[in-house]
Design a protein around this ligand. Sequence first.
Ligand SMILES: [Zn+2]
Length: 316
Amino acid sequence: MEKVDLHRHLEGAIRPQTALDLGKQTGTFPQDMTLEQFAASTLVLSPMPLMDVLSRFDDMRRPIASYDAVQRISRETVEDAIAEGLTALNFRFSPMTLAPAAGVSVQDVFQAVHAGIDEALEKAPELCVERLAIVSRGRGVEKAWKLVHELEAGAAEGMDGVDFASDEIRYSTGTFHDVAQALDAMGLPLTVHTGEGVGPEAIRETLALPGLQRISHALSLVEDEDLVQEVLERDLLVEVSPSSNLYTTLVEHPSKHPARVMIERGIRVVICTDDPTLFGIDLAHEWDIAQTYLGMTESMLQRSQQWAKDALFASL
Ligand SMILES: [Zn+2]
């Protein structure tokens, strides 16, 4: 059976030991901090408010302060996917956030990421890695255009597509419509974090974006029947990450996860990890949740994994 993780953030897949080691080198973490102390203060191993999760996400990536650090975490993320037995990996990262943190140019971030991925793939060339650049809505439209210009200036080479992520409350997805149009003109397909902590109106804006191929989370989708119909008619695939939604307290119990209704309605749902090391999970753990609480049988899971493989932008 295929083992595809269609939604995984580089910055949420950093090995805790690596973050701790690099953090000690950069002075981000105290020299005498143990891995246990680091895990307790930085990982998200139980539900907590979304703002706390985002702040811990930032703590994890703060030590990524050089070109070599970006290359290292990219290599290790792919090595970990290989060890996990994945056949395909979505690898998404935020160049406009990593560049200032690492003290390098945006083009260098892309170069470091590719170098790290390619280094790991030397040992497992059969692994398919889908490489997506993230537009962080929370950094504003101007920064999004800067990323478009960097992609036009050469960074698009070797990339498979783009993801819109982060704050959808203060920065509505519709504001990025023209950015999506420019990306579509460049032939870069799009997936979008949407309806994560906001109502279905956000998903409506997302569905209007040019180049849209997949959506993520979409927790409020099932509140709007017209949207459900549209997603079904367009055969859009939804990337669902159960633990992520539980740990950010957007869903209070796995048995109440909206993906259960999506699956019942025949929407194509694919189970993903989002931020595996931050949440202390792997894909098998999320599959268990899907089978125990979301009504997915073994054969449904298999079919869904085939959808995930077919939906990879890397194979477009
Ligand atoms: Zn995500």
